[in-house]
Design a protein around this ligand. Sequence first.
Ligand code: GTP
Length: 254
Amino acid sequence: MDQVFIYVTGTAGSGKTYLTKALAEWFDLKKLDHYVVNLDPGADFVPYSADLDVREWFTLEDIMNRYNVGPNGAQIIGADLVSTLVDDIKEEIELSSSEYVIIDTPGQLELFTLRESSRILINALNPERSVMVYLFDPVVSKTPSGFLSILFMASSAIFRLEIPQVLALSKADILTEGELERVVEWSQDPESLYDSLNLERKTLNLELFLMLREAGFFRPLIPVSAVTGYGIEDIYDAIQEIFYGGDDLERILF
Ligand code: GTP
């Protein structure tokens, strides 16, 4: 049986860790066999029970002491060190034979999307059966230019990692109904975002908008809340659709 690898990604504080927890709880509820991995050596506390935790090998503090670097340098070294653990990680995950593997990625998005070790990990585990859930921070997404900036970052993650992506609006419970509807509408109907951007009168925004629309990067955003459980099932359905819906992967990617 081929395992499905779900990488939970997004900017710092966008809700990756709590979404990982909510997904794991939902899989538990549905009695779907799953395996949870924490890839963040800097996490002080994780609210789920990780089946595999990179902190078993090293923590941010270990790296700071060993290499005599500050927290930012240690984050980069930590991200790179993951590539040296790929064989061990793969072996442990395969031993579990769980159908779904949920992977909580490091705090700062660029540590996962830009460092070569993420690609090494994805390729070693199974690039054909990998998907990233990309979290849109709700506070940033509320404004047209904030939404566009996050879409741009999400698109660059596809460009870099070359695996399909499910777009989710995290912490939906903190938005009003009106805000939620508007942000979701921007993702479903790019012209509505165009109108809102026009009101902001920033030419560069419009250029970026046109580029992302032409390249086909607009996709419906799934609102989720790790607190209420809202939308978690929709994430699962979107993942199922990617792997079992018979769509051409190239079309999903671009
Ligand atoms: P880093 O890895 O530290 O960058 O953060 P992260 O992306 O893993 O975010 P995390 O899950 O730690 O959540 C950040 C903060 O948002 C925490 O204080 C959470 O309690 C809160 N949070 C996460 N998900 C939700 C949610 O669905 N609703 C609400 N209201 N708060 C949430």
